[in-house]
Design a binder for this molecule. Structure first.
Ligand SMILES: Nc1nc2c(ncn2[C@@H]2O[C@H](COP(=O)(O)OP(=O)(O)OP(=O)(O)O)[C@@H](O)[C@H]2O)c(=O)[nH]1
Ligand SMILES: [Mg+2]
Ligand SMILES: [Zn+2]
Length: 310
């Protein structure tokens, strides 16, 4: 039977068959992908072949279909292994907030850089707009102009009050969509607002740290009534990049891309070289200062490209 992985807790994998039946499965044999050392052999979104075992309503997965794409990050900050967040994704939603908790633009840009690397279209969603001060609204407008200008999707919503939810629901229709972001930004609350019948567990924001409590612990795929799919994921602190070399980072910034051939030196890092087209554009205001700062931040990340290949 063919099915899709909707949840994976390590030892058990929940597969939904083509007829819509959910079956708890185990894995048979070894599964390795592209020689990368990963902590999970199957991921949410994987298409698999499985069979029901004779002695019960459980199944065994014996084959994973080739992934159209997948999103990975470092298993932990210092780890040399990667964790596959999910696979076969049509669109990535970076769920962010300016209040309770605040998402840095560095975090957003890291996720976008990763989406670029895997050729996954991305949308930035600002949630909790019911909490924003006037100052936050000004910043929100800045982000709207910036990200729409770069060709990304952009949405502002309130899971609590319902603002922007219908438009977002339309965006999700008929596609496999993944929600990522810090703990507590309201990824799960958004899913409930989009499809109340799902009743996904949500958590509080800690008064002390003003952060989420890591309520969602495993990635899980949900079906929307309009035929869309959402993969809810656990909140992450940092998006540890894997599969990257420093020289590739600039190519993942769409606004740098067409300038790169114009730099005087082919191996320009766009930090301090003379005749750098990127620095020129920064000086002219054609490149956003914050985006350039975040480019530097990613380059300075000591953990860049530290995942071991086997
Ligand atoms: N005021 C306000 N609160 C919200 C909104 N959306 C979510 N919250 C609250 O934020 C808290 C965290 O929401 P969750 O949905 O659990 O956050 P999450 O992103 O899924 O967090 P993790 O599962 O830990 O990654 C809950 O108390 C929600 O009620 C919103 O639009 N406005
Ligand atoms: Mg959650
Ligand atoms: Zn340059």
């Amino acid at each position: 039977m063919k099915g899709i992985v909707v949840k994976s807790t390590g030892s058990w994998v929940t597969v939904r068959s083509e007829r819509g039946q959910k079956v708890e499965c185990r894995l048979k044999g070894q599964f390795r992908i592209h020689g990368i050392r990963t902590t999970n052999p199957v991921a949410v979104g994987d298409y698999v072949e499985f069979e029901i075992t004779e002695d019960g309503p459980v199944g065994v997965i014996y084959e994973i279909h080739e992934r159209h794409n997948y999103l990975i990050r470092k298993a932990t900050n210092l780890s040399k292994s990667a964790h596959i967040i999910a696979s076969n994704i049509d669109r990535l939603y970076v769920v962010a907030s300016i209040e309770q908790p605040r998402t840095s633009s560095g975090f957003i840009d890291r996720v976008l850089v990763t989406a670029e690397a895997y050729h996954i279209p991305a949308t930035v969603v600002f949630n909790k707009i019911d909490l924003y001060s006037e100052k936050s609204i000004i910043l929100l407008d800045h982000f709207r102009n910036l990200y729409l200008g770069l060709g990304y999707g952009f949405a502002t919503v309130s899971a609590l009050k319902g603002d922007g939810i219908e438009a977002l629901r339309d965006d999700l229709e008929g596609k496999v969509n993944l929600f990522t972001g810090h703990s507590g930004v309201g990824k799960s609350a958004l899913i409930n607002s989009l499809e109340p019948a799902l009743d996904v567990r949500t958590g509080e924001i800690s008064n002390y740290h003003n952060k989420g409590m890591h309520t969602t612990t495993f990635a899980e795929m949900f079906i929307l009534e309009n035929g869309g799919y959402i993969i809810d994921t656990p909140g992450i602190k940092e998006f540890g990049l894997v599969h990257f070399e420093s020289k590739e980072v600039a190519e993942r910034f769409p606004e740098f891309r067409e300038l790169l051939p114009l730099c005087k030196y082919a191996n320009c890092t766009h930090l301090h070289e003379p005749g750098c087209a990127v620095k020129q554009a920064l000086g002219d205001g054609r490149i956003d200062k914050g985006r350039y700062q975040n480019y530097l931040g990613i380059l300075n990340d000591e953990n860049l490209d530290q995942v071991e290949y086997q």
